[in-house]
Design a protein around this ligand. Structure first.
Ligand SMILES: [Fe+2]
Length: 372
């Protein structure tokens, strides 16, 4: 049951108020305002509402109200002022100070009870809303903690996946280098040229891949020639021009890689890493005109990443030194690539290459010119 405290120095008014409210509330009455204030400061269970007379001898109702408002423990208790004065200015002052209501004396019991019921109801609603807000805040806090935990686990998982992919790429790239030092070095440089060209195409919107996949693509591009591990040394290490049979054998490196990837791709279904790796290893020797290998794809049939990496692959092959061939300068390589735009290469990729060829040159020079 709610406690209603009535503070009034008139015993008669106290009695009237008590009778009006006693059936529904636990009514506490106090004639002395100072005693009432001291009492409320001490007790643990506060009144839910105070009826406070304005004109009292020991302490004026407004002064007592100000002291309640200055006290952190008491300031939230709703107060209805009561007064024998019908002066509008007094009533206005009561509201301005922060009273929830104003009741004139002599009391009309029914009206007094209705007003107390109303403000106790409002106070109950406030408590409920505050509790709901608190519950909501607690829930949000828990949700935030849960989200943080999930993000932590996701980052940990992603980092493990990332590490696994780097491990696989690093291991295969190392095996390629052991098999053929030139090819190993070439693949790493292709990946660095790929970074320049692909970033340019992603910036201008001509290549659309999730930014978060960029590293996966670049890692995969290191493996374009991994199928060469399956070729005989006589083919890989041959210096000079291939015979037609040898060339046919060499072409198999695209299919060897694609076959190995496909064989185990069921272990990582829907993996972008696998998709990117498959597209680039299988199709990096396809030609825009349809005369490439292994599938003779034409134009946009060739996966875009394969079209992009093809330009990087040929650029590095042109400018890199081999004992059996002459190198060409950066400028000559640019000219050769441009002549092949729309024939061997995707013209859009060559257009993008032309805007970043300066960066290719910087990388080529910083890597020691044509040195492998
Ligand atoms: Fe290749």
């Amino acid at each position: 049951m709610h406690i209603v405290m009535v503070i009034d120095d008139s015993p008669t008014d106290l009695l009237v108020a008590e009778r009006a409210l006693e059936g529904s509330y636990r009514v506490m009455t106090e004639q002395n305002g100072r005693h009432a204030l001291d009492y409320m400061k001490k007790v643990s269970r506060l009144p839910s509402l105070v009826l406070l007379d304005i004109d009292m001898k020991a302490i004026n109702g407004f002064e007592l109200f100000s002291k309640m408002k200055a006290d952190t423990k008491l300031k939230e208790i709703p107060v209805i002022f009561v007064s024998g004065s019908s002066d509008v200015a007094t009533e206005l002052e009561a509201y301005q100070l922060g009273a929830v209501d104003y009741v004139e004396k002599p009391f009309v019991s029914e009206i007094l009870k209705k007003k107390v019921d109303l403000h106790i109801g409002i106070a109950e609603d406030k408590v409920k809303i505050a509790e709901q807000n608190q519950t909501l805040q607690d829930y949000n806090l828990q949700l935030q903690e849960y989200n943080n935990e999930l993000q932590g686990k996701a980052s940990e998982a992603l980092s493990k996946v990332g590490n696994l992919e780097y491990f696989i790429v690093g291991m295969i790239a190392d095996l390629i280098t052991k098999k053929d030092g030139f090819t190993g070095s070439h693949c790493k440089k292709v990946s660095r040229y790929m970074e320049i060209l692909l970033k340019k195409m992603m910036r201008d919107g001509s290549a659309r891949y999730p930014v978060t996949d960029l590293n996966l693509i670049l890692m995969s591009s290191q493996l374009i020639d991994m199928g060469k591990i399956g070729l005989p040394d006589s083919i890989i290490q041959k210096e000079g021009k291939y015979t037609p049979d040898e060339f046919d054998a060499m072409k198999q490196h695209t299919l060897y890689a694609a076959d190995s990837i496909q064989k185990f791709s069921y272990l990582l279904p829907n993996s972008p890493f696998i998709t990117y790796m498959y597209q680039m290893t299988r199709s990096h020797h396809e030609q825009w005109c349809g005369r490439g290998y292994p599938d003779g794809l034409r134009g946009a049939e060739i996966p875009q990443l394969a079209r992009i990496v093809a330009v990087c692959d040929v650029y590095d092959a042109l400018v890199s030194k081999r004992s059996y061939k002459q190198t060409v300068t950066h400028e000559q390589a640019c000219a050769i690539l441009n002549q092949a735009a729309g024939i061997q290469f995707d013209p859009n990729v060559i257009a993008a290459f032309n805007t970043v060829q300066g960066e290719f040159k910087e990388l080529y020079v910083s890597a020691g010119g044509g040195a492998t």
